[in-house]
Design a protein around this ligand. Sequence first.
Ligand code: SRM
Ligand code: SF4
Length: 567
Amino acid sequence: MISSQTAPKPLTRNEGLKENSPMLAGTIAQTLADAAAERFSDDDYEFLKFHGIYQGDDRDTRKVAKHYQYMIRGRLPGGIVPPDQYIAFDDIACRFANKTLRITTRQSFQFHGVTKTALGPLMKAINAAMATTIAACGDVNRNVMAAPTPATSPLVDLIQQHAKEVSDALVPKTKAYHQIWVEGVELKLTEEEKNFVDPLYGKTYLPRKFKIAFAIPPLNDVDVFTNDLGFIAIIENEKLVGYNLTAGGGLGMSHGNVQTYPRVADLIGFFPTDKLIDVSKGVLTVHRDFGDRTNRKHARLKYVIEERGLEWFRNELETRLGFKFAPARAYKFSRQGDIYGWHKQLDGNYFLTLFVENGRIKDTDTYQLKTALRRVVEQFRPEMRLTPSQNLILVGVKPEQRDAIDKIFADHHIKTEKQGSNTRLASIACPALPTCGLALAEAERFSPELMTRIEGLLTELNIADEEIVVRMTGCPNGCARPYMAEIAFVGRGPGKYQLYLGGNVESTRLNQLWKENLKDADIIAELRPMLTRFVETRQIGERFGDWIVRSWFQEHPPVPRFAGDKI
Ligand code: SRM
Ligand code: SF4
């Protein structure tokens, strides 16, 4: 008899669902065709995620009645959007969604507020624009991030190409996506297809999501250490010689559950570029084979590495790959974030980085970014790149086009230079209410007003030009990567936030919990004494996050928090 201590823990419900419907089809096609069905079943909801679709409801109106609606996320490796695709997405947002486009923290677009009736046509239109949403969510590799800023290196395009190749190599092979959304036919699976086994993922896919990013030092704009798998480009004599591999990053946690914690990735070693796809598959399959399938809150690669140890992980990976990693090569990150305004590219053309507050492309009475972008893209056809800080870059603008583009933006009240205070430009926030089913507090809707209050405080202290990285999320899942920020607000309940302090501008250090359950109305009063002290005692050029760790936390120890906190 197996004692209760040694009995294996039961697998999660999701594991059973994947096992029973490995094509990831469920009964999606049937429910889609059934006009009387107001929503998909809970089981189908899990499959929908693999197709890039989330089912939720409008949380503003939930108390009156539950209005089901859908969020659709694209798969856009490296955040690259050709002009025709942007025009198609703009049309799609107007015809089938809530007339806004939302740039995500992983360089993709989300459409919000889509009704069940509009879902089919929207998915068809996305695919007609030569884009896809497959595997944008679900227990698979997600959108691969890659450094988007053109001027940083002549090798940006090559590294973007590598990101696309890795993304393509890790796409699940199910036919269901195409049949349901593109062909629009009801799935009739043969017996063999019912027992489909994906050649990479197997029958039950991954235990949980998996994320990859490519960084080009010195800019850590992709927040590489927060990814399950990271590639840091090593460029010597202007040639890409290979990548340093990082593994085991991730940010999601739950309040009050010390078994869950944010973790920065470990540096594993260096490898040459011809091994890129093998290494990607190697790390992904370690997650596939060793991730915890009994507890989804504990199912990320970061826990496998933290608990089994780095040496175990390296050995396991090297055994799978059949070669050993060389010691990591030297590299240095100097900052995260984007480089705003107009800049000359290496080819003589220009790129323009526009601040998009919290990633929301929309029109209001005082600001018409959506209309202006549409006009610029139609008239001048620049490539668009979405950034991990929820901004966008127009690439390949000819010198003689700049003035006309500036005029279009100015006519729509959009600045192309001096686009905001340095601290506002360094802020991001997740969508939270009303679309996110997991939000405990406001983020995107509150962050602009909070930034105005913080700007007021910085002006009062004579440091109006200071750049402080501020991030806000509506819950502890970490979608706007709050745990890397110099100041972060993480939703705890309506109008209440956990305040974290002490990330660094290179985005290599986790911040620490300073205050729990801080009311939104008390945020400025909480920040004032420490910012005042910062102004009085900082060293020359010292940033707020570094000062917090060097000085403030020495006198006022933070709340000890994470089991995996290595600081
Ligand atoms: Fe996220 C879940 C939005 C980047 C960690 N995330 C969600 C969902 C889908 C809520 C849900 O499961 O019902 C959110 C949809 C809200 C809405 O209304 O649109 C959501 N996550 C986002 C986006 C849109 C935030 C943004 O401000 O842009 C980002 C979409 C990225 C993309 O294009 O793929 C987004 N999410 C992230 C990141 C940051 C990153 O990847 O660089 C993280 C932290 C890194 C990580 O994964 O560890 C992140 N999201 C999570 C988690 C916690 C995962 C965990 O390991 O515990 C959840 C909850 C879950 O999966 O159960 C989650
Ligand atoms: Fe939703 Fe939480 Fe992610 Fe914000 S951090 S989008 S509230 S899951």
